[in-house]
Design a protein around this ligand. Sequence first.
Ligand SMILES: [Zn+2]
Length: 335
Amino acid sequence: MKILSFTKHAIALSVSKPLIAAGFLAFGLMAQPAQAALTFNFNYLSPGQGFDDPTFGADRKAALNDAANALGAYFSSYTANLVYDVTSYSTDNSTLASAGSSTFEVPGTFQQTFAQSKILSNGNDANGAAADGVINWNFFHDWGLFDTVGANQLDFKSTAMHELLHSFGFSSYIENGGVDSGIQPGNQATWLTYDKFLTDAAGNRLVSDDGIFDPSKVAALTDGTENAAGVFFSGENALAATNGTGIAVYSPNPWVDGSSIAHLDDNSTATNTSIMNAAAHNTGLDTRTLGSLELAVLKDIGYTQVAAVPVPSAVWFMLSGLVGVLGVNRRRKTA
Ligand SMILES: [Zn+2]
């Protein structure tokens, strides 16, 4: 087994089974199919602190559920219950949080994370009773929970959505120098699905179909400090969303462990306000929605049913009313 980001905890987990609502409605009525949805179970494993802080813990847990549900809304065509081991700490450094989901290790292949395969198979659990992913949160920082984020606070919801997306497979196994778990470029290694779609700026793949990192592409990994250079995500949907250029991937020089390649490019103007940038966009309210580029990446890595979250109907009605009024006013002025 290959661990993404973290060592797993050897703690027995209780995985809740999905409730199956069986039975008939009244004769003559069609039973409505159960609505597809992602659900989340979080196992909190840092007693007395962080998410289990006696004062702040309840709100932090509620905020994590809120963020998970906001992300899950984009995946509402899928049905899976995702189980995460959640830990926390408080350290004065620039790390805000991290997360991941493991895979099988099969050199020469591109693997889905366990969370990803569970979603894409609508609930099939490739790693059995073990948690599907891990989240580790740094509560040294001042976090704004829910919809109020102070000018000096970091946006919890944006960060939590970002971290969960990593566990969904929006991440890379490529390490500095094109290495993977000690395997050098030119040899078969185990990669994530995401890695299959990475290219240099000319559109040439970094990792071949048989799982070999091309030694001639090592330089591209740290060539992306400017626009239109470095590494790109060049799946079919990504190319369609970018007029064929591909989506810029974070590939700064020098390499940044834990950030390079696994994020959209903080240094490119097309991608630098993305929820999947390596760094948070300063303090205060941050990006909380998936843009067309993230959706393209997600479609390319297998989530073909992922969709922008529709505006709630009541809000939509108000907006369309407003647009109508503005349109009328404008017509009147120009008539
Ligand atoms: Zn990240």
